[in-house]
Design a protein around this ligand. Structure first.
Ligand SMILES: [Ca+2]
Ligand SMILES: [Ca+2]
Length: 93
């Protein structure tokens, strides 16, 4: 497997680990999203620690407004963050 394929597999595994904690095992509720953000992104998303921050991120991600974040919606966040990291590293060069 290439590095990118490994990264994709890890992303799916991590998502499933949090999504399967409560209720529907294929989607994230607000609590699950909060845990995922805090454990996996930590410092990168310091605003995820306050309640309003989580609400905003959750509402932003939940595009179809069904009150859960599915994998397709979750990857939007990962894409945004990856893009931010990319800009950061390019800027450092
Ligand atoms: Ca769930
Ligand atoms: Ca949704």
């Amino acid at each position: 497997m290439s590095d990118i394929q490994k990264a994709m597999a890890l992303l799916i595994t991590s998502y499933t680990k949090y999504a399967s904690k409560e209720g529907d095992k294929d989607t994230l509720n607000k609590e699950e999203l909060k845990e995922l953000l805090q454990n996996e992104f930590g410092e990168m998303l310091c605003k995820a620690n306050d309640k309003a921050g989580i609400d905003r991120i959750f509402n932003d991600l939940d595009k179809d407004k069904n009150n859960t974040v599915d994998f397709g919606e979750f990857v939007n966040l990962v894409c945004c963050l990856t893009q931010m990291c990319h800009e950061y590293f390019i800027g450092k060069r």
